[in-house]
Design a protein around this ligand. Structure first.
Ligand code: PLP
Length: 440
């Protein structure tokens, strides 16, 4: 097949070494189910659900049809003092699967927007509640909360912070929960709940009454899947309550069946005050994110304003975009009709068995996993991230797309993956990670 030449001069790719990419482009031209095809027609299995987006697999006609119909009916409506019925329908549908009590939903277009919106909502709540001094935030080292300025401040991944000194949000970091003793733990580590006490230490050091919220990913995803120790999230909840600190779960990766339940909050039995979500909300087809808050948080903010002005001076041109709402409603319909959260839960033991079959391979130094989400830590390479980048390219050449982050791979196939495809993915991982000298 002869390909038309592609001019790569103009598109600056995000989170990419563009120089390397220009030399060795890795492109997809088509996708269906759990497969991508490159422009020259080579099949590549999707081991990361796109970017943890396509939980229901690629090319879902129900979503395409809903989007097309919506574009023909109402392509756009502003949401500043205007609305369309479809966003209320979506918010109600979401409220039906959200953790108990979180039934008020604010929409954005990306996970990063959801995180920054959540930061502002927390501040607005405390102000409305007569505690405007609560402006400090707590998050964790190794955290990823998107790339807008609020999320970048919260982030604990050094590489994502160091170029952006002076960003605005006042953040103190707790420790992450990974330790040497946890190597090769499948599921929740037994030890480590005490690490939640970092929040208490921070509250004592800075004054609990100055802290607005603590942000955590229930399972830290982007660093390479760090599963919370047993009792850790519950302990965080208790300490947050003790000091009047809002607990925010960033469920941008863990939402929509990835852990076994609709959300990790339900899976781990801990209800946050605020929750962010994106990615699989629309199966990745149309950008959309959401922040869910407890009823009393929204009520407090709304009731604090008596004048005719918005209670939350915040919003986006594409908040609750009707086409995104249509994509989300179709996606939630698929999850419900096909029982995909339950399917993911049922597939998880086979998936994790496959992941842990990689244990003694020469390129593997740790394995972690929960539900349909796993982290494969590679042995270190020449420089931090070099091995991850190399392995990611080798896997692509061998027919598997997996997201690499530093020297970890995040293996998280779609909830619709058939066992035969799962086995094929694991075989490719075994083949590539089993090579003693990868560079050769
Ligand atoms: N929060 C978490 C936990 C994420 O994993 C991500 C993206 O991976 C984000 C926020 C940012 O989402 P987006 O890339 O859609 O802005």
């Amino acid at each position: 097949m002869t390909l038309a030449p592609i001019n790569m001069d103009h598109h600056w790719l995000p989170f990419t070494n563009n120089k390397l990419f220009h030399k060795e482009p890795q492109m997809f031209a088509r996708a269906s189910g759990v497969r991508y095809w490159t422009p020259d027609g080579r099949e590549v299995l999707d081991g990361s659900s796109g970017l943890f987006t396509c939980a229901a697999g690629h090319g879902r006609s129900e979503i395409a049809e809903a989007v097309y119909a919506q574009l023909q009916t109402l392509d756009y409506t502003p949401h500043f003092q205007r609305a369309a019925p479809i966003s209320f329908e979506l918010a109600e549908k979401l409220a039906g699967i959200l953790p108990e009590g979180l039934d008020r939903v604010f929409f954005g277009s990306s996970g990063s927007e959801a995180v920054d919106s959540a930061i502002k909502i927390c501040m607005a709540y405390h102000k409305a509640n007569g505690e405007p001094q609560r402006t400090k935030f707590v998050s964790r080292s190794w955290a990823y909360h998107g790339v807008n300025l609020g999320g970048t401040s919260l982030a604990g991944m050094v590489g994502n912070r160091r170029d952006f000194g002076g960003v605005t949000v006042d953040v103190v970091h707790m420790r992450h929960t990974w330790s040497e003793e946890q190597r090769y733990t499948c599921g929740m580590p037994d030890d480590g709940a005490h690490l939640a006490d970092d929040l208490e230490e921070i509250a004592k050091t800075y004054g609990g009454e100055t802290i607005a919220a603590v942000f955590v990913e229930p399972i830290a995803g982007s660093i390479g899947t760090i599963v919370p120790p047993k009792g850790y999230l519950k302990r965080l909840r208790e300490i947050a309550d003790k000091y009047g600190i809002l607990l925010v779960f960033d469920e941008v990766i863990t939402g929509f069946g990835r852990t076994g339940a609709a959300f990790a909050a339900q899976e781990f039995g801990v209800t946050p005050d605020v929750m962010t979500m994106a990615k699989a909300l629309t199966n990745g087809a149309i950008p959309m994110s959401a922040v869910a808050v407890k009823t009393e948080i929204q009520k407090k903010v709304i009731e604090s304003i008596t004048a005719d002005r918005p209670e939350l001076m915040h919003g986006y041109t594409y908040s609750a975009h009707p086409v995104a709402c249509a994509a989300a409603l179709a996606t939630l319909g698929i999850y419900e009709r096909d029982g995909l959260f339950e399917r993911g839960k049922a597939l998880s033991p086979t998936f994790l068995e496959g992941v842990f079959s990689l244990r003694n391979l020469p390129q593997v130094s740790d394995l972690r996993g929960y539900g349909m989400l796993s982290g494969i830590q590679l042995t270190p390479g020449a420089a931090p991230g070099a091995k991850g980048s190399l392995v990611q390219r080798k896997l692509f050449d061998a027919g598997l797309h997996v997201k690499a982050t530093g020297d970890a791979l995040i293996f998280a196939p779609a909830l619709v993956t058939e066992e035969v495809d799962l086995s094929a993915m694991v075989e490719i991982l075994q083949k590539v990670l089993g090579q003693a000298d990868l560079a050769a």
